[in-house]
Design a protein. Structure first.
Length: 243
């Protein structure tokens, strides 16, 4: 039987974050979720309760240090620890836009949001994980974080930075028992994808399918994932993963 874990998910009110929260709640793990939209977050919280799992839900903007401190502190006070952090929250910005035409303020907002939020969250949960010499931090990345595509703008730039952030942290956390992992879920049928590719004419994975596939990485106990980057299409919902 899988050991019950305390799993923290940012951006859990919709898309992959919501799908992960509901899937893991069904496995009887304890959840800590946050999002900026209070009503949507409340709906996810209620559904987690209906599935019989314990949950902490906080309205929070995790690019804001005060919100991060409040969210993590509430979780630690309630559950005593954090086993897994999933840095899922991110913003796309305006739809397809060439960098030469990209609004300066929007560029700054996306970069700030998508880089500071995983930095703040990771930095805040690390002391507890390091003290226990175990823990997993998963950051959701994208193919556009390793390959530049026209019109993906600040979102793509921010994912390149996220990949670098994770690589540095993985090296610094070597032999500590804390794992730093990147997961590329691929293209999903989400609101963000509709903004990014408004004229999409090909089939997409559902967030629920990806959540099931990611379970193996989220719950892995082998302590051998640090510094790895996974693509969801190569993960099995049964728990196997390709190194």
């Amino acid at each position: 039987m899988q050991q019950q874990k305390v799993i923290m998910i940012t951006g859990a009110s919709k898309g992959l974050g919501k799908a992960l929260a509901l899937h893991l709640a069904g496995k009887d793990h304890k959840l800590a979720i946050c999002a900026r939209n209070e009503e949507e977050l409340k709906q996810v919280k209620n559904e987690i309760h209906r599935r019989g799992a314990k949950v902490v839900a906080a309205v929070a903007d995790v690019s804001n240090k005060k919100d991060v401190e409040r969210f993590v502190s509430i979780t630690e006070n309630t559950f005593g620890k954090i086993d897994v952090l999933i840095n899922n929250a991110s913003a796309f910005g305006p739809g397809p836009t060439y960098l030469a035409d990209y609004p300066d303020e929007a560029f700054e907002d996306v970069i700030l949001s998508n880089i500071t939020n995983p930095f703040y969250m990771t930095k805040r949960v690390l002391p507890g994980m390091l003290a226990r010499q175990r823990g997993t931090i998963i950051s959701i990345t994208s193919e556009v974080g390793i390959t530049g595509y026209a019109e993906w703008g600040a979102y793509s730039v921010s994912k390149y930075a996220l990949e670098g952030l994770a690589a540095v942290w993985a090296d610094e956390l070597r032999d500590t028992g804390v794992q730093m992992v990147l997961v590329d879920p691929g293209e999903m049928d989400t609101i963000m994808h509709k903004i990014a590719v408004p004229d999409c004419d090909y089939s997409l994975s559902s967030p629920e399918q990806i959540a099931r596939a990611l379970e193996s990485v989220v719950l892995d106990e082998t302590m051998s994932l640090n510094g790895k980057r996974f693509e969801a299409q190569y993960l099995s919902a049964e728990g196997d993963h390709d190194d």
